[in-house]
Write a protein that binds this ligand. Structure first.
Ligand code: X90
Length: 278
């Protein structure tokens, strides 16, 4: 009998499960003003951002619970589960609890849970890699090892115009949060080694943020690899960066796409997240 292989991730990777039948996604949820926005295709992001902008009360996010993860595992024999950073979310821990339960019930199953120490477009690169490796004929253990290696060759960078929701959820220090909020100020940053938000510089205006990002790609050793550009209602900025990259690396594989609910909530309007292969 052929073994059933499944790639699963949480919704912060912004991959549509509808368009990828071999991938299952466990959703995070945003809550504000008595409403829940589940991070899947059904959420109207523009409306969510409008509602959040009008609402002065508190808003929250919640990670997928164990049951949601188990649902995404289905009845697969081999599962590669790519989770967002344990440094900012309970998503990874909840996936590990789901793995332990699943393996108690299915002792023959093989389940690998990866803590990406990142999220968004870097996580998407890793999910895309998992998809390739899972059909490559490699053994389970080798696929796991390859994914660990790949994670060390990818990076996350971003430019954000507000850290309001990060600060509100206690996921960034007040000092860092106070760096933005003033008109046209942006922070440019990266995922730290511990999988938390690390500010690299403050920039006045998008043009400066663009040069700062391109400089960071270079320093990270970017050399024409794959890039995912995920934006929050800021396609123009994403396209500008794409154009710069293609000028230096005409054959680079660069994807531009809008953020889902979770990334839109935290990266906020105008935000740009970039996952690169180094
Ligand atoms: O409720 C939860 O468990 C979810 C908490 C998620 C917090 C962070 C999401 C970030 C999304 C912004 C990227 C910038 C920093 C990433 C550093 C790793 C997008």
């Amino acid at each position: 009998m052929e073994l059933k292989i499944k790639i699963v991730s949480d919704s912060s990777c912004d991959i549509s499960a509808a368009a990828n039948t071999d991938i299952s996604i466990a959703p995070l949820t945003i809550s504000a003003d008595g409403r829940d926005y589940i991070d899947n295709e059904s959420t109207n992001i523009h409306e969510m951002l409008d509602n959040l902008a009008r609402y002065n009360g508190r808003s929250f996010s919640a990670c997928p619970n164990v049951e949601m993860w188990l649902n995404s595992f289905g009845d697969a024999d081999i599962i590669y589960c790519i989770a967002m950073t344990s440094g900012l979310s309970g998503t990874y821990n909840s996936a590990c609890a789901a793995r332990d339960l699943y393996m108690q019930k299915n002792p023959e199953a093989k389940v690998f849970v990866l803590d990406t120490l990142s999220t968004g477009p870097e996580q998407r690169l890793i999910v895309e890699k998992a998809k390739e490796l899972s059909v490559s004929g490699l053994e389970f253990e080798d696929v796991c090892q390859e994914l660990e290696n790949y994670k060390n060759k990818t990076r996350l960078f971003f430019s954000l115009a507000s850290l309001h929701n990060f600060a509100q959820n206690g996921r960034v220090s007040k000092l860092v949060a106070s760096a933005v909020g003033m008109l046209s100020m942006r922070i440019v940053g990266t995922a730290s080694r511990e999988g938390t938000l690390e500010m690299v510089s403050k920039c006045r205006g998008e043009l400066k943020a663009k040069s700062a990002l391109l400089e960071l790609f270079k320093e990270a050793g970017y050399n024409g690899g794959r890039i995912n550009l995920c934006h929050v209602e800021n396609e123009k900025f994403a396209q500008e960066i794409k154009a710069e990259i293609l000028t230096s690396y005409p054959d680079a594989d660069v994807s531009v796409y809008p953020a889902g609910a979770l990334c839109s909530y935290y990266a906020e309007r105008g935000g740009l997240l970039v996952g690169i292969e180094c």
